[in-house]
Ligand binder design. Structure first.
Ligand SMILES: [Zn+2]
Length: 126
């Protein structure tokens, strides 16, 4: 039985040498171009990745349930305050932004930007 091989890009049956993968250089470069487009992260992937990173950073700095960290410390780790999942407003009107169960509130103390880190509590119910 003769093993007929198809071009990896256009699917046409290949002629000639048995080790060929593409019809010609055009099919070869088109295949690689298509692959490079498919490999690009989508908007969803980027947001998803940033949310996961934010959560991991907040979790690692918030072992006690509530703490205050300098903004630069979080930002240096790759934290991006623009990406969060929801918010909670307390009685004083402070809006805590949450990344899943980990929340943060920006405040300035002695001219330094800080984040108050909290964990989601049942009473914050959405
Ligand atoms: Zn081809």
């Amino acid at each position: 039985m003769i093993d007929r091989k198809m071009c990896k890009f256009c699917g046409k049956e290949l002629q000639g040498r048995s080790d060929k993968i593409y019809c010609d250089v055009h099919c070869k470069s088109s295949y690689h171009y298509k692959r490079s487009l498919e490999g690009k992260p989508t908007f969803y992937n980027k947001v998803d990745k940033q949310l996961k990173l934010n959560r991991r950073i907040l979790k690692s700095f918030n072992k006690a349930g509530k703490t205050t960290v300098r903004a630069t410390v979080l930002l240096r780790q790759g934290f991006s305050p623009k990406f969060f999942t929801h918010y909670w407003k307390n009685g004083r009107g402070d809006v805590y932004l949450f990344v899943y169960e980990y929340g943060f509130l920006k405040k300035t103390e002695n001219g330094r930007d800080k984040y108050v880190l909290v964990q989601w509590q049942d009473y914050m119910d959405m």
